[in-house]
Design a protein around this ligand. Structure first.
Ligand code: DMJ
Length: 481
């Protein structure tokens, strides 16, 4: 069993924090908890499955070993070609920053120490390059804030603040909803050019990229005493929420300059998914009733209109946001986060029912595909890039119900992943779950999320679930008074 991670800042850290430029309000050493209104708490009697925990830890060491050998100092491992991939012109250490808190929770001290040294020695955001606001927020800003709360080294917080300051120009649209791209040095919000030299997007974005910034920027406001971060993200969410339809639904694509919807298809999958997740979690992390109200309204709308039932199974498909008319019956790997969110929100019966459908994706196809039609069970997008959401939901259900059925499901899904994706130097994406054909990638979220949730499912005592809120990249965040 690994040592319980307390996520508590020490008095030394509080002192160091007070010295940070622009950081007026140091954290207290008190252990604050999420509010009493948390809808459902950890079930009694959870146990540790030591054999499962050892397997997950070994898998993490295998994945990290590949990164260390072939991708050290870069963003991600290419496990088949024994190389690396950087997202932008300069590396931002996606895998070490994303994976660091998992190492700490697993008690992998030598690995955590070397990752920390790499991050603190080399990570810099002073690069003239355009980055995707959503991705660097959930992976890097979230990872740095969690690392700071776990480790206490103030440099983690300095890096987080520097990154957030460089991302802030993204919120300069007429509506306050953020642009998707921003240059880290110039603040230019032009999207990158595609191969033909054209801008690859109008000023459009989607609910997930607009609404999945609140935990990270909001927590930074609490940590630094500077309200501007929280003000920007909360305004962005309120602007988006304010454009919901009379049914309470949001669409898929919106113009952040005009506030007009470009695509009115409503669903719970990729592009909208974590908007819902962060409405709930922002309420819990900040004890903010505005977010509670937005969550409850939105939850009721998706349960009324987007939820679907086919052959007794619960799914969430596609509908038009204005009419509620069903326009599609597609689901897939990304939508598998929803049982976790429903369970955290207190609706265990619906979460358990939906988890049965999620697991059917695995038993039907061997490994869950990116997308399929639940009315025909035909795959429409066959890849599996090592996604975490199904195991994440199994973890939430186990922790909140204590029912071993969910741990059995999660363990089985973990074994399916390992069997299908393990290669000599790490774990490789699947290009096609039907053939087992592999792709040359190992996403940082495999270390941040997939293996973390599997480990916590095996050993729930490694983290005090009731006292943290996970960001959408599985970085545990602790409330700051
Ligand atoms: C992660 O980056 C996050 O979980 C995000 O919310 C959705 N996509 C990936 C994992 O699949």
């Amino acid at each position: 069993m690994s040592p319980k991670a307390t996520l508590a800042a020490t008095p030394t850290v509080a002192l160091a924090l007070a010295l940070l430029a622009g950081c007026a309000r140091p954290e207290t050493a008190d252990r604050a908890s999420v509010p009493d209104v948390r809808p459902v708490g950890v079930a009694p009697g959870l146990t540790t499955d030591s054999a499962f925990a050892s397997e997950v830890k070994e898998a993490f060491l295998h994945a990290w070993g590949g990164y260390v050998r072939y991708a050290w100092g870069h963003d991600q491992l290419r496990p088949l070609s024994q190389g690396y991939r950087d997202w932008y012109s300069s590396p931002l250490l996606m895998t070490p920053v994303d994976g660091y808190d998992t190492m700490v929770l697993m008690g992998l001290t030598p690995q955590a120490d070397s990752a920390k040294a790499l991050i603190l020695d080399r990570l810099s955001f002073d690069h003239d390059m355009t980055v995707q606001v959503f991705e660097v927020t959930i992976r890097l800003l979230g990872g740095l804030l969690s690392s700071y709360q776990l480790d206490g080294n103030p440099r983690f917080l300095e890096l987080a603040k520097d990154l957030a300051d460089r991302l802030m120009p993204a919120f300069g649209s007429p509506t306050g909803m953020p642009y998707r791209w921003v240059n880290l040095v110039t603040g230019d919000i032009s999207p990158p050019q595609d191969g033909a030299g054209r801008a690859n997007a109008a000023p459009t974005s989607n609910p997930a990229e607009i609404g999945t910034l609140t935990l990270e920027f909001g927590l930074l406001s609490k940590m630094t005493g500077d309200p501007s971060y929280m003000d920007a993200v909360k305004k962005a969410v309120q602007q988006l929420y304010g454009r919901r339809s009379s049914l309470g639904l949001v669409g898929s694509v919106i113009d952040v300059d005009t506030g007009d919807w470009i695509n009115t298809t409503s669903h719970v999958g990729g592009g909208i998914d974590s908007y819902y997740e962060y409405l709930l979690k922002a309420w819990l992390l900040f004890d903010d009733d505005d977010f509670r109200h937005m969550w409850e309204t939105s939850r009721d709308a998706i349960n009324s209109y987007v939820a679907d039932s086919v052959s007794g199974r619960l799914w969430y498909g596609q509908v038009d946001m204005n009419t509620g008319e069903r326009t599609g019956t597609r689901s897939g790997a990304l939508a598998a986060y929803l049982p976790a969110v429903l369970a955290l929100g207190g609706d265990l019966p619906r979460a358990e029912r939906l988890m049965g459908s999620v697991y059917a994706m695995w038993t039907n196809f061997g490994v869950e595909p990116e997308a399929f039609d639940y009315s025909t069970m035909e795959i429409t997008s066959p890849g599996y890039p090592l996604r975490p959401e199904s195991i994440e939901s199994a973890y939430y259900l186990y922790v909140l119900t204590g029912d071993e059925r969910w741990r059995d499901m999660g363990r089985d899904m973990f074994h399916r992943v390992v069997n299908a994706t393990r290669v000599d130097d790490g774990f490789a994406h699947l290009d096609d779950v039907r053939t087992g054909e592999r792709g040359d990638g190992m996403e940082s979220f495999f270390l941040a999320e997939t293996l973390k949730y599997a480990y916590l499912l095996a050993d729930p005592s490694a983290l005090d679930f009731d006292h943290v809120v996970f960001n959408t990249e599985a970085h545990p965040l602790r409330p700051v008074p």
